[in-house]
Design a protein around this ligand. Structure first.
Ligand code: KG4
Ligand code: ZN
Length: 341
């Protein structure tokens, strides 16, 4: 079975084709960064309109690259949620219509399940069961994964998601949208010894996260330091470094706890923030010390993409889980409600 995947949940249009024994045949991602940058964040209506412009030409392009015609596609997967409802509607309507026109089954994929399964596209793929840390712009979750669709939520953020905290802190530091990667770049020039930021909620038992206080702490530190007579650019880099260190350390402490509690020696990192180099390196150290190992996708498959949607849809369609005619995008959609395969 060969599946076309379409991702349009936020500000990236992603298209890919995944097949049995063939793997990833072609994939393309188009980022709307330039459209939203001047507003400092994603403008939902502009996102929807741009998905309308880009999705179909990208499907043509990917099919051409893979050397495939319509009859060579056996199923269509599209992101049905969670995400921006207008953006989701574009991919859902398009995916559902193509499947109907081609006479093949369709399935609405859960965006975070897409992220969660993306490390299975790499070699070696993690075996079940494992602990997954999902860190994106909208979610921070620890999940006990027994198999596909067998998810037990261990913890989540009580306020800002990790990516959201990166983005908001980047804004405080005067960095352009999207802030996460920019902050990580600035942190490279920072002195790790100058500031030590708190590790929220690590001094008590439990696995939940909270990142909004860290953002405020950053703002207060920056204000106080910039009022002094140090080099402002170095101060910003040092603050970025301290912030990144605090987030990475907090995530590492909670992941170690989750691995010990579940007894699974495998930790999967997924979602945009898992592209962060320092986070990957720290988790590698933690898991080596626990006698296990870490799994994460190549950076291009950490942030939003069509490959993860094609792959998750392929898994479910292969198991016979097609949906009836009609489509139901959902802005909110708890992942634990997904059926197992
Ligand atoms: O998974 P994703 O592409 O979209 C969502 O589903 O939200 O994640 C985007 C998030 C943004 O908050 C972005 O700033 C963050 O991932 N991000 C990073 C890095 N690359 C992307 N955060 C820290 N370091 C990075 N290298
Ligand atoms: Zn995402």
């Amino acid at each position: 079975m060969r599946v076309l995947g379409i991702e349009t949940s936020c500000d990236e249009t992603g298209v890919a084709i995944y097949g049995d024994g063939e793997g990833l045949l072609a994939h393309a991602v188009y980022s709307q960064i330039e459209i939203h940058a001047r507003y400092g964040g994603v403008v939902p209506e502009l996102a929807s309109r741009d998905h309308v412009r880009k999705a179909l030409p990208m499907i043509r392009q990917v099919m051409e690259e893979a050397g495939l015609a319509a009859g060579d596609i056996h199923g269509v997967a599209y992101t049905a949620g969670p995400g921006l409802i207008g953006a989701l509607l574009v991919g859902s309507a398009l995916g559902r219509s193509l499947a109907w026109a081609w006479g093949v089954p369709a399935i609405g994929v859960h965006h975070m399940e897409g992220h969660l399964l993306a490390p299975l596209l790499e070699e070696p793929a993690p075996e079940f069961p494992f602990v997954a840390l999902l860190v994106s712009g909208g979610h921070t979750q620890l999940i006990d994964v027994a198999g596909i669709g067998r998810y037990r939520l261990l913890a989540e953020s009580l306020d800002d998601a990790a990516g959201e905290a990166f983005d908001k802190t980047a804004k405080i530091l005067g960095l352009p949208y999207p802030g996460g990667p920019e902050l990580a770049k600035l942190a490279e020039q920072g002195d790790p010894g100058r500031f030590r930021f708190p590790r929220p909620m690590t001094d008590r038992p439990g696995l939940d996260f909270s990142f909004s206080g860290l953002k405020t702490f950053t703002l207060n530190t920056l204000r106080a330091e910039l009022a002094g007579d140090g080099d402002p650019q170095q101060t910003r880099a040092d603050v970025a470094r301290a912030f990144e260190e605090a987030v990475v350390d907090t995530l590492a402490i909670k992941c170690r706890r989750a691995v010990r509690e579940t007894g699974h020696p495998r930790l999967v990192l997924a979602g945009g923030v898992s592209a962060n180099r320092r986070l990957r390196a720290r988790m590698d150290e933690v898991m080596a010390a626990e006698g296990g190992r870490t799994y994460y996708p190549r950076p291009a498959l950490c942030t939003d993409n069509g490959a993860m949607i094609a792959f998750a849809g392929w898994q479910r369609l292969k198991a016979g889980q097609a949906e009836p005619l009609g489509f139901h995008p959902r802005a909110r959609w708890p992942m634990e409600t997904l059926p197992p395969i």
